[in-house]
Design a protein. Structure first.
Length: 438
């Protein structure tokens, strides 16, 4: 999912919504039809620097689709702070869009509602076949052994963005490859009102993405092999503490970042207020805010050993956006045509170029437009050192519960309260108690 990008919904509300018998979608009849063949409603997630940027990117493509098919697409770009809650409301009310973006980490949770169209072999055949998509992207489309609940649209990975001039002025010759190096470099860079690293401490989903990676690096996971929450293992506690310690102990993240949740850390980096940024496919966002590509470098996210890979050397979650259809849409044929259009080679090149993301469609991904130095880091990460978040039904509750716990720990760090192993474990125990299987 995009960084984004908060999944700001209460755990209790989310649990109730997922437990409900969902019907979902653009029709209240409880099943898909073609009763409104000339219109579609599309909820797009906020991928650019602002909603207006997204509208400028998407509307010309929707107009193109209308010209080709005669189907008018009504666009709404939904902020990440609202998206999951609105989707869940739509799954229970039956009043929602025909087609929508979902963060790929939500795929299994939304699949469990029964509201989304399953992408079985027959439906995949309508858009050119399942084998058009790369395996890593398909791995985040729903629970293992079930037909995907969505189709990959944009693929992303985390990278370390660093300000070349600030590094040179501090006498730092190259970007950090380990967390120890990042902390040391960050301390050199945190001076004169500027800081070493930016973060979105009040963004539950962003918090989850980072602590998931730290947990992988400490040989831990947030769920057991049979899908039960396991938030308080030594590796998880160490991972969460290490992330929050970047503010509380290492003091390379500004205390004010504890309140960030809406791309403020990207803006700070673009304005030279911070020297480093851990973000998903940030180039287009930075460019829209006036930062030249010559001003920053892109490197793999640090790992404990300095060399990204699998297992304890994982340095990113498999990030991305999936395209889903509410199965009771009143324009089923049109929705399928729209998914085919959006995942066509031509549109994949246009849209992923606009958002500096990577096409999950194989043939589009090999296009020369995606062979930039920035994309080389992202593609290499996705291929060699990224792991998918758990594709379990309780994943969305996990993001909310643990992401909010990390938000509280950042607030403590910003206030000068000590972040200890015991305080981290207590916060995670409370989060686990909020889970349905706890």
């Amino acid at each position: 999912m995009r960084s984004i990008r908060a999944a700001a919904v209460g755990a209790v509300t989310l649990s109730l919504a997922l437990a409900a018998s969902a019907c979902g979608g653009g029709s209240s009849t409880g099943g898909g039809s073609n009763d409104s063949p000339k219109t579609l409603t599309y909820w797009a997630s906020n991928q650019g620097a602002s909603i207006e940027v997204d509208k400028k990117v998407l509307q010309p493509e929707l107009d193109k689709f209308e010209k080709q098919t005669g189907i008018k697409v009504k666009l709404e770009v939904v902020p990440w702070s609202d998206l999951l809650n609105r989707i869940l409301t739509a799954t229970t009310s039956g009043q929602g869009p025909d087609v929508l973006n979902i963060g790929n980490t939500w795929s299994a949770s939304l699949q469990a509602t029964g509201a989304l169209l399953p992408w079985d072999a027959k439906n995949f055949a309508k858009i050119g076949g399942r084998d058009r998509f790369v395996d890593s992207a398909l791995g985040s489309t729903g629970a293992e052994g079930k037909d995907p609940s969505a189709v990959p649209l944009y693929s992303m990975a985390y990278a370390l963005y660093y300000n070349k001039k600030m590094f040179a002025d501090a006498g730092i010759a190259q970007p950090p490859a380990t967390w120890a190096e990042l902390a040391a470099d960050g301390k050199k860079l945190s001076k004169d009102g500027k800081w070493g690293l930016g973060a979105e401490g009040s963004n539950p989903s962003e918090n989850i993405h980072h602590v998931f990676v730290f947990a992988q690096q400490h040989g831990a996971d947030f769920f057991t092999a049979d899908g039960k929450p396991d938030f308080t293992s030594d590796g998880v506690v160490t991972a969460v503490k290490q992330y929050v310690d970047l503010m509380g102990k290492d003091k390379v993240i500004a205390p004010g970042n504890a309140e960030y949740a809406q791309n403020q850390s990207v803006s700070d980096f673009a304005k030279g207020k911070t020297a480093m940024l851990l973000w998903q496919s940030a180039s287009a966002n930075l460019k829209s805010q006036g930062m030249s590509e010559d001003d920053y470098g892109i490197a793999p996210v640090p790992v404990q050993s300095g060399t990204p890979g699998t297992g304890a050397q994982v340095n990113s979650m498999v990030a991305g956006i999936n395209l889903a259809v509410f199965k009771n849409t009143d324009n089923l044929d049109g929705a399928t045509k729209f998914v085919k259009f959006m995942t066509s080679d031509a549109e994949q090149k246009i849209l992923n170029t606009a958002y500096s993301s990577i096409p999950p469609v194989k043939t589009a991904q090999t296009d020369s437009a995606f062979n930039t130095p920035a994309n080389a880091v992202l593609k290499d990460t996705l291929a060699k050192s990224a792991a998918a978040l758990p594709q379990v039904a309780d994943e969305s509750q996990f993001e909310t519960a643990v992401g909010t716990a990390v938000k509280g720990l950042f607030a403590d760090a910003a206030a000068g309260r000590a972040i200890t192993t015991d305080s981290v474990k207590a916060a995670l125990e409370k989060a686990q108690q909020q889970m349905p299987a706890a």
